[in-house]
Ligand binder design. Structure first.
Ligand code: PLP
Length: 377
């Protein structure tokens, strides 16, 4: 049967209805440029969605936004930047772009994100080696908010700004506050696999308008105010295109629906599978609302995880091991890391299940049947 083997993706783009309207507007008005009315409107909508006190600069990618945040904080060659180890490499790559040193910090069990206790140990240890780290990069992995109260408190105590990597957490909330407005600066991603997409894109969220202006200056080739092209600083070509911002405007209109669908996916999996002793789910701590970007489970061993992943692949269902901690990645092997074994264990036993907001109940049933058949045999 053809339908039985139709490929199920981990997380595929899910367009709403208005994206084409805004993209057509860009064509009709000939605003096919890295600035224009869609960019302005997208930024204003994001600002009012997050919290009216923030400023948003839309850029080419989430990675570019992290790079800009580091530049705005004055991170340069030889500086230490603390970064959650359990994350996608894009969280830390810009530290190397700036010639700075990533210092990785392992996770806590409760949220799988940066451990406040280990973060403070890392800061004390770095201070005793002579240098104060220039920034902390904390990540809401899979949409689950990190312990922002504890992390911000540590940031304030030691005078180190927090960059909130909210690439996976647009639509999540921490004590009623939207993720993307919790840090001194935050970044968002609109890559094709994220909760909403512009096909590729990102945003830098700042707390002050001056910071936004500076970000836009650096992201538009650092052009000085002159009739000719005059540059006294190194610039980058990091702005978002007005065409893609049109997709973003349409996507933002359906963000809340997308969050609901992803949370429903989690509930479906939890209901169908939580009785299986070999499976553990990541629970929401109280006061926290995850967008459940991806539903991730832990199995009882690496062998069970691999058995399940391959059984799903056999049925044309995409699943993926959790992020490999950056302190175990060859590209970062020279970096210092403060570890407690949590992220290494998550990498060994964890699996992300298909979580797109466009999954049908039939597909979800097909997936959970494969899981039950594999683990209950
Ligand atoms: C996707 C992602 C990024 C990078 O965003 P891009 O838009 O793909 O550059 C950064 N951090 C995390 C945690 C991500 O998942």
């Amino acid at each position: 049967m053809i339908t039985k083997n139709k490929k199920v993706y981990l997380s595929s783009p899910h367009l709403g209805g208005s994206e084409k309207k805004y993209v057509n507007e860009a064509f009709d008005t000939n605003w096919v440029a890295p600035l224009g009315p869609n960019v302005d409107a997208f930024e204003i909508s994001l600002e009012s969605y997050l919290n009216d006190n923030v400023h948003v600069a839309s850029v080419a990618s989430g990675t570019a936004a992290i790079h800009l945040a580091l530049m705005l904080l004055g991170v340069g060659p030889g500086d230490d930047v603390l970064c959650q180890s359990f994350t996608f490499s894009a969280s830390a790559n810009p530290i190397l772009y700036q010639g700075a040193n990533p210092v990785f910090v392992d996770s806590e069990e409760t949220t799988w994100n940066i451990s406040p206790e280990l973060l403070e140990n890392a800061i004390i240890s770095r201070l005793s080696h002579g240098g104060k780290p220039k920034a902390i990069i904390a990540v809401h992995l899979y949409g689950m908010p990190y312990d922002a109260f504890a992390i911000n408190q540590i940031g304030v105590k030691y005078g180190i700004p927090v960059i909130e990597d909210s690439a996976e957490a647009l639509g999540s909330e921490y004590l009623g506050i939207k993720c993307g407005s919790l840090g001194d600066m935050a970044i968002l991603s609109f890559n094709g696999n994220k909760i909403i997409t512009t096909s590729g894109g990102g945003a830098l969220v700042t707390k002050g308008g001056r910071m936004k202006e500076k970000a836009i200056f650096l992201a538009s080739q650092a052009r000085d105010n002159a009739p000719h092209y005059q540059h006294s600083q190194l610039g980058y070509n990091y702005r978002m295109s007005n065409v893609l911002a049109g997709i973003g405007r349409g996507q933002l209109e359906v963000l809340d629906e997308r969050v609901e669908m992803r949370r429903k996916n989690y509930d479906f999996y939890h209901k169908a599978l939580s009785d299986i002793p070999k499976i553990t789910f990541l629970k929401e701590p109280s006061g926290v609302r995850s967008n459940r970007w991806l539903t991730a489970i832990l199995l009882d061993s690496y062998e069970t995880r691999e058995k399940l992943r391959m059984a799903l692949a056999e049925e044309n269902i995409e699943s993926r091991p959790l992020w490999k901690p950056l302190h175990l990645q060859p590209v970062f092997e020279k970096s210092i890391a403060y570890t407690n074994g949590v992220s290494a264990k998550l990498f060994e036993k964890g699996l992300c299940l298909p979580s797109g907001s466009n999954l049908t109940e039939k597909e979800l049933t097909r997936i959970t049947n494969v899981i039950k058949n594999t683990l209950l045999k």
